[in-house]
Ligand binder design. Structure first.
Ligand SMILES: Nc1ncnc2c1ncn2[C@@H]1O[C@H](COP(=O)(O)OP(=O)(O)OP(=O)(O)O)[C@@H](O)[C@H]1O
Length: 371
């Protein structure tokens, strides 16, 4: 039975403000109302019908949905609770970045293949949230490993993941934005035919590094509050220093080490406390944590040293790093003939969800984009 749960409206449109029928089927999740299968959100020409809850983040939930007019195509609908002023900016920046991607795609369809497509956005009075609808992707890299038991460190796979995720970082930077939360939980494999593609997710704490007036690189702010995930955050972020493109690449390095070696790649996995973790990250860049290279190829040191040489406003040399990864894969005996493939491809179809999901307790989030 369909619950016409509510009507909603795109933010700012009075005409579409409609009466909402409340349902008693809603449950509370972390203080938030959540939707059940078959609940609907009406928004302009769309009627989004919930298939299932895909996952929950700190500020909202993500549902698999379809539009009642075309049941064959499924999407992801991400909500953000309206409680708390600052948190609301997360979806705002997410939509802003998705719009920038959509604009760039008008000019060149080939670029930005690592981003999901923006479909719709609106506000639900009944749920007390804003929402965005985007194309559906598969499980995150974190979930691929933990829930589906896919080995991302198998043969050419870690190189392919490293290259594709760095392409995503490059494309986002080329649009003028930093991600600031690069980690395996924020990259996903595609869904169905796009399974071989790695997608970048969650622009919730993204930020433009360009001055809105001059379009030049912003000057660094004097101090910045910590936002991100302790395990993967750059040292500048850990120290409250403003971040540039080099910091996304630093986080990407931590992610790549974690993909190559989930056991020892991140030496500070068992360390707690921001200061202590920062010290181990400093040691890692100073070459003092040999165990990080137990299973990570030693020539990764070249990329680590290169990233260490970058400064706040530096434009990272993405082609250098990408070409280096291709060479590394060749030298390791896993030549990549087609970047759009990987040992994970096709596995998800046959794998059932099993283990637990990723640990996410060290995430501190919100938005500092007040300027
Ligand atoms: N477009 C999408 N298609 C399929 N699944 C998605 C999509 N976007 C997000 N997800 C999944 O939804 C879940 C929740 O994602 P979300 O980004 O809200 O939370 P999070 O990143 O886990 O937490 P937080 O936002 O607090 O960091 C994750 O498992 C994520 O992989």
């Amino acid at each position: 039975m369909t619950n016409r749960m509510e009507k909603s409206r795109p933010s700012g449109s009075k005409e579409q403000k409609s009466k909402e029928q409340k349902t008693n089927k809603k449950k509370k999740k972390g203080g938030r109302k959540i939707m059940n299968p078959d609940d609907t959100i009406k928004n302009g020409p769309f009627t989004w019908k919930v298939v299932t809850l895909l996952g929950s983040g700190g500020f909202g939930d993500v549902y698999k949905v379809y539009d009642e007019k075309n049941k064959s195509k499924q999407y992801a609908l991400k909500t953000e609770s309206e409680e708390g002023k600052k948190t609301m900016l997360r979806l705002k920046i997410e939509v802003r970045i998705m719009m920038a991607i959509a604009e760039a795609r008008k000019w060149n369809n080939q670029v930005n293949k690592h981003f999901v497509e923006f479909i719709d956005r609106g506000k639900s009075e009944d749920l007390g949230c804003k929402f965005v609808v985007m194309s559906l992707v598969g499980p995150s890299l974190d979930d691929c490993r933990r829930k589906y038991g896919v080995s991302l460190n198998d043969r050419s796979t870690p190189y392919i993941v490293a290259i594709q995720s760095l392409e995503a970082v490059r494309d986002l930077h080329n649009l003028g934005y930093l991600h600031r939360d690069i980690k395996p939980a924020n990259f996903a494999v595609g869904f169905g035919p796009t399974e071989p593609t790695v997608f970048m997710l969650d622009f919730g704490i993204g930020r433009s590094f360009l001055d809105p007036t001059t379009k030049q690189h912003r000057a660094p702010r004097k101090s910045v509050k910590f936002l991100g995930t302790l395990r993967y955050a750059s040292r500048a972020c850990m120290k409250g220093i403003d971040q540039g493109r080099k910091d996304d690449v630093e986080c990407w390095i931590y992610m790549v080490f974690d993909i190559f070696d989930p056991e020892d790649g991140i030496v500070w996995k068992c360390v707690s406390g921001r200061d202590k973790i920062t010290r181990v990250k400093d040691d890692f860049f100073a070459g003092k944590t040999k165990e990080a290279y137990n299973r990570v190829p030693h020539n990764m040191k070249t990329i680590v040293s290169y990233v260490e040489s970058l400064r706040f406003q530096s434009a990272p040399d993405y082609p250098f790093m990408i070409n280096f990864l291709y060479t590394m894969s060749n030298q390791a005996g896993f030549p990549i003939n087609n970047i759009n493939t990987g040992a994970w491809v096709g596995q998800l179809k046959h794998k059932k969800e099993s283990g637990r999901s990723g640990a996410r307790s060290d995430k501190l989030s919100g938005s500092d984009d007040s300027d």
